[in-house]
Ligand binder design. Structure first.
Ligand SMILES: [Zn+2]
Length: 168
């Protein structure tokens, strides 16, 4: 069977984008989007985090994130922080979690045209489909974790049912 791909996080799949607006609670603050939380995580300076928190859009948060006092360990921690923020997004928004599960086994690729070959795959004429797709990978990981958790929950329910039946 050939795998199906979702290569653009727009239209029905816009919710997969880090620019999707939804409250994200991260380290004691509530941000407008996963992008905003991720940009804030770049700095340990409280005032800078506050400024990013107060930006009106994920795009503005991203621009501000380029100017912050970057924490020394950023390159080492940025992947795990992105994953953590994605887990927060989907575990706290049931509607988005359901939509993520509905993508089934489709391969999620953050296709872009702005040469982000780290988080996504760039399809500009120069890059022509090159990229590490870390964001897509993390989304698929969160999806798999969520699905496994669902299976565990189901197991819980049925074992409880069994106990009730025994009592009767
Ligand atoms: Zn490119």
């Amino acid at each position: 069977m050939r795998s199906e791909y979702i290569i653009r996080f727009d239209g029905d799949y816009r919710f997969l984008s880090n620019f999707w607006k939804c409250d994200v609670e991260f380290e004691g603050d509530t941000y407008l989007s996963t992008e905003s939380a991720y940009q804030a995580a770049k700095t340990l300076n409280k005032a800078e985090r506050e400024m990013i928190k107060n930006t009106a859009s994920p795009g503005a948060a991203k621009r501000m994130g380029r100017q912050v006092d970057l924490r020394d360990d950023w390159e080492e921690v940025k992947d795990s922080i992105m994953l953590e923020i994605l887990r927060i997004k989907f575990s706290t928004h049931k509607d988005l979690e359901d939509k993520l599960l509905e993508t089934g086994d489709k391969i999620l690729v953050e296709g872009n045209k702005w040469c982000d070959c780290y988080w996504g795959v760039c399809y500009c004429d120069k890059c022509n489909g090159i990229g590490k797709n870390r964001l897509g990978d993390f989304l698929m990981r969160v999806r798999a974790e969520t699905r496994n958790l669902g299976t565990l929950r189901q197991t819980d329910v049925s074992s409880k049912d069994a106990l009730v039946l025994e009592k009767i």
